[in-house]
Design a protein around this ligand. Sequence first.
Ligand code: NDP
Length: 464
Amino acid sequence: MNDGQEQVDLFVIGAGSGGVRAARMSAGYGASVAIAEEYRIGGTCVIRGCVPKKFLVYASAYGQGFNEARGYGWSADNIRFDWSSLIAAKDVEIDRLSGIYRRNLGNAGVQMLEERAEITGPDTVRLVQSGRVFKCGKILIATGGTPRLLGFEGEEHTITSNEAFHLAKMPDHIVINGGGYIACEFASIFAGLGARVCLIYRRDLVLRGFDDDVRTHIHNELIRQGVRVITHANIETVKKTENGLCVALDTGVNIDCDQVMMAIGRVPATEGLGLETAGVNTDAAGAIMVDEFGQTNVPGIFAVGDVTDRIALTPVAIREGAAFADSEFGDRRHAFDHKDVASAVFTQPPVGSVGLSEHEAREKYGEVDIYKSSFRPMRHTISGSQEQYLMKLVVRTEDQVVVGVHIVSDAAPEIIQVAAIAVKAGLTKAEWDETCAVHPTAAEELVLMREKFIPPVLEDGEAV
Ligand code: NDP
């Protein structure tokens, strides 16, 4: 105790993926650590992000699975889906996982403070509810992000992914705004569960930032799944009607529905955190600016995870948190390498992607060789589904190193995890090809593609 202040070596704000990893590891190195969380221990990923989303993805895939099984001789009558049972089962598992996070923190000797914390100076943190003040050797900000909102008339009638996990009833007809990870995943989930889904996107092709072939593929797969995709449109107002909601688009189109979900990105959760008081610099988007070690401009204050808006993915936050703990309290100063981080989009079929898109590779290296294959997988020759898969390799011409892998297939997220090892290791196309295929699989395409893709040429000589 010091002037009524409690003292810790490290105060972590936010008990999500990055914060918990940093807290546990720092405590393991012998530091006295406190962690504050204003919502639930586990953070977005565990409580209302990746984990519950994946349960919804599994649930929605069964719908398609039942249909496909008919092609294989199965029949089942009266198939019904009960949203409340799914949500209840999901909640039990989320409670269990949050409990594990809590137990692990406790076992590591981390002091858990379940209330909002704000920074009151370069080395002080105050708990808002209890008023307890901590003098901190170091402060780590790991508060994550919150859904972006636009402020249009009637936006209060909409939901975000936060609420989507707790709806009392499955929507009959949902309008989803956005074309990124969350919008595409939830469009697929609700369509798979049997809802009518309308996706509103402001540009032409969903999943901007991904390889263009992946974008086109998923765009088409969403439509094939029954999603009505409206491009070049924005929501102007959402009004309550007798039967639900009416969405007015800036194109003049009105859509009646019973749920509207905003999935137009996430913003760093820094509001009211006391960053100005402590003098911590943020960028135009409100993200905390850090160097490769997570160090802000204020000595002693660090940040990891989505609040820094580098790569907003759970495993990245975990690695950043671990690197922070190793560097500041352990015996190994190192930074997490953000290059070649693989990611997956859990649409149906899902996407797995690592390294550069064809467009990025052309911009960076000039000449690239493209190997790609789009096909109806063996499974669907009998299932009757028209679902298509995509396998694509982006190869740097000069040294034949595979610099990008882009997959759309039922197992894409699993395959890309392994492909990422080869990309990170800088293996050449010839080394990929030396690897013997596993047959019959969809992934064997990755080691069997021998023909370079030559874009069709128009009569005036320009490549399409
Ligand atoms: P994304 O950044 O993926 O997508 C945001 C979407 O909203 C884009 O289509 C963007 O359009 C659109 N948008 C942005 N601003 C506006 C606006 N003012 N008006 C209309 N549309 C707008 O964000 P998400 O919310 O989907 O997800 C947030 C992050 O969380 C992701 O980037 C990802 O890092 C992470 N995440 C990862 C998942 C996974 O690993 N599977 C799953 C879910 C989230 P435009 O393309 O024109 O910019």
